[in-house]
Design a protein around this ligand. Sequence first.
Ligand code: GLU
Length: 445
Amino acid sequence: MNTRTPRLRFAPSPTGYLHVGNLRTAVANYLFAARHGGELMLRMDDTDLARSRPEYEAAIQEDLHWLGIPWAQFARQSERMDRYEAAAERLKASGHLYPCFESEEELAAKRAMRLKRRLPPVYDRAMLALTPEQRAAAEANGKRPYWRFKLSGDTITWNDLVFGERRVKLPSVSDPVLIRADGTPLYTFTSVVDDLEFGVTHIIRGEDHVTNTGIQIDLMAALGGKPGDIAFAHLPLLTDAEGGKLSKRFDSLSVRSLRKDGLEPDAIIAYLARLGSADDMAPLTRAELADSFDLGRMSHSAAIFDPRQLLAINRHLLHRLSFAEVASRLPPEATEGFWLAVRGNLDLLSEARDWWRIVTGDIVPPAQPEEAEFLRMAAEHLPAEPWDAATAGAWTKALGAAAGRRGKALFHPLRLALTGEESGPDLRDLLPLIGRDRALRRLTG
Ligand code: GLU
């Protein structure tokens, strides 16, 4: 049993905006840490200097702030190059790293040959046989080596917190390149150095990293890490409703666009926390989500990201927010009565503004020429103010009796004339907010 404080990390590459795919990983790390009294670190995997951008890093941090996902520690891989160099020297000294000179074309040709012979297209380790003379000759020709890690050849197994026992047979994996010819280290390597040095205890990431996990466990052992020091959990991938890859639509599914669409951070977190879990989706608070967060209840198959389900969570969440919780985001004059009247009808908070305009502003309701006589009668029957929650009931009862109408025939023309909308909050709540003058104007066109 691991008794250390759990240390987790969310490690995005700042090569684009945060999207629902990598945010789901962030949410799982955040809630796991919260549940187990652990700490979350934010690590920028920015060793790909050509694709990493400071503006993406800033955007990722801003999005996490907006979502209310805090981190206790921050690191940037591009500032830790000395650590990776030191670790690489250790691996070279222990014979785990070996220099290679084959070009992309040569490697592609070798792969093609192996496939033709029905062999798995793994690297043949030809460069392990490189003599010092051959290396010197290649370097004299202006070539710089890149460096591969010599995998142990074991079958790596681990007890995945989502999948249970998982294994990767290293003989069917090519020795990974850890250092490019220009000397820059690759993610496979830098991630392991950091996970060991920062004392990470749990790595939760996407299922696309399963083979990496096999490789990285082998690499950890070569760097002196003890097997089992780090627990792994892999989250099944997300697909769209048709089972297609979500990554094609990541632009429209960025945190930025969800924010622009007016979704609540809490709804996004609640949705992603239980997406693919056996636990029911619900608009729970952070504390409730953390208390019930259980990787063992995650399905082993891909989860479908359904924007309609996210919107449903958003709707449920709005329905239970108090006036105090939203007041700062409502029009300044909006009252608690207004909020309580409309909140049950909102998909998005921004719609509250529309209702505020409907009850307090000028609207032009659609013409209902066939209802002119009825609406005139309705205006005549409007009671005197003050109005309260009983007014609409008394008014429509008297009007219904006078006009010989009930149900939809009675209410629909009134609603349309008073609000310009086919549906919405109860007239009982709306009428006192609209007030007699405005109601009279709208009924008499
Ligand atoms: N930068 C990697 C990614 O975004 C991190 C993977 C990991 O968690 O190790 O895929």
